[in-house]
Design a protein around this ligand. Structure first.
Ligand code: AMP
Length: 287
């Protein structure tokens, strides 16, 4: 079987089998050569040459509503690698007539995390389908979300870079409540105008709404888990389960912290700058 990963130690099929072994409490598959971090240069997290030539294997972390999907999908177009959001995989499955649908709906609508086993199985399937289409590299969004997911991922491949997007909690809640999705094209928009004044030394933040174009307006929906109660629960779970994942990558020197300075017009060029991507590319990438 052809291999998807940039510097693969195992095939994607082994990804799933390794995971089941890991869950059964035994040691990782001996095929897996636990990795030595290979990517980082001393001063910069990213060298331009590597992003353009290589099939980047990046992860986007950040609280619900921070904009992982927005920036990860833009970068995936920019770099020519697939953007794989486990939240999308879960929503596809819960909207299907598959056996997991009702179980997933209940978990997601309460703001809880789906089990590692289910997530890994959905991700493995997505990677295998991508491999069959000749995809290589990825930007993962929403995975890993637990330490055990991070360990499993580390056991099967090298992650080059982890981008941690950050925004204050008040803005996160407003962004989730204002989020609207076009059921036809799948794009995300936002009706919230965020204007938080700086106080006690904390910076303020302003973010314009992101209006949908006229053709999407009649087809806008709100995610069932974007209600105030559920968003608060998702934020609580993020702090409990996912923040340790930031530390996991920080301790490996792979974490790029990025405080969003505002909406897309302010944040996108700054993000590209932080990633050391060229200015001329920047202009063509902003759709
Ligand atoms: P998201 O679109 O990333 O906010 O994900 C929506 C929901 O899908 C989450 O609230 C979880 O219930 C589930 N989910 C997505 N990714 C994961 C993951 N890596 N681990 C567990 N649950 C996940």
């Amino acid at each position: 079987m052809a291999v998807l990963l940039r510097n693969p130690k195992i095939s994607i099929k082994s990804f799933s089998s390794c995971i089941s072994r890991n869950f059964s409490g035994t040691t990782l598959n001996s095929e897996i050569d636990l990795k030595v971090p290979s990517f980082l240069s001393q001063n910069s997290l990213l060298r331009r040459q590597e992003t353009k030539e290589g099939n980047v294997q990046w992860v986007f972390l950040g609280c619900p509503g921070v904009g992982k999907g927005t920036y990860a999908s833009r970068l995936s177009i920019f770099l020519g690698v697939p953007h794989i959001a486990t939240g999308d995989l879960v929503r596809e499955e819960l909207n299907s007539s598959g056996p997991l649908a009702s179980q997933l709906k209940e978990i997601v609508n309460q703001g809880k995390l789906v089990s590692d086993e289910i997530i890994i199985s959905l991700l493995s399937k997505r990677l295998e389908a991508g491999e069959a289409k000749g995809e290589s590299g990825f930007i993962l969004d929403g995975f890993p979300r637990t330490i055990s997911q991070a360990e499993i991922l580390e056991g099967v491949t090298d992650i080059d870079l982890v981008v941690n997007l950050k925004l204050q909690k008040e803005a996160l809640l407003a962004k989730c409540l204002g989020r609207r999705i076009c059921i036809e094209c799948g794009r995300n928009y936002n009706v919230a105008c965020i204007d938080i004044k700086g106080e006690n030394g904390n910076p303020g933040i302003y973010m314009d709404p992101l209006p949908a174009p006229p053709q999407c307006v009649p087809k806008l929906i709100q995610r069932a888990d974007d209600t105030e109660e559920v968003v608060k629960e998702r934020l609580r779970i993020y702090d409990e389960m996912s923040q340790p994942v930031e530390e996991f990558y920080r301790s490996r020197g792979k974490l790029l912290e990025f405080d969003l300075p505002g909406g897309i017009p302010e944040s996108w060029p700054k993000l590209l700058e932080a990633l050391n991507l060229d200015h001329e590319d920047k202009c063509s990438a902003v759709a």
